[in-house]
Design a protein around this ligand. Sequence first.
Ligand SMILES: [Zn+2]
Length: 149
Amino acid sequence: MTLLNEFTQFKNKVTETAKSAVQKSNEIFEVTKINMSIGDAQVEIDKILKDIGQILYDSYQNGESISDEVADKCVQVDEVVEKIKEMKVRLMELKNVIICSNCENENQPDDLFCSKCGEKIGTEKSAEEENVEEESMEQESVTEESVEE
Ligand SMILES: [Zn+2]
């Protein structure tokens, strides 16, 4: 084998190695791309399934007929929703704020109306008390002065 031949062989080997390295990195790139696409597709499926779940849950809340199996799941959702409510109430106590029932804005305990949407807030009152207040609110302009007396 001549030196030139040896060199040519060596050169070919290097070229081949380089080619296969490029091919390999292309393949790795494609694998990564496909994996990402599969991941995206899975996310899409999850989103659609979530939408289906929401539609079924809405049906359950509207009293429409759904299968017992779906109803059981909806009851489970209700239970978790209830837990979240309880945790939010506890958070409210810890943060010493009052959450607006209309827009969920955090208000100071002394606020009477939501600083964001103007909804009436304040400490929880019984329905009876609330009725009395509503009545007095209606007559406010008339009785405002007499209340102070
Ligand atoms: Zn509000």
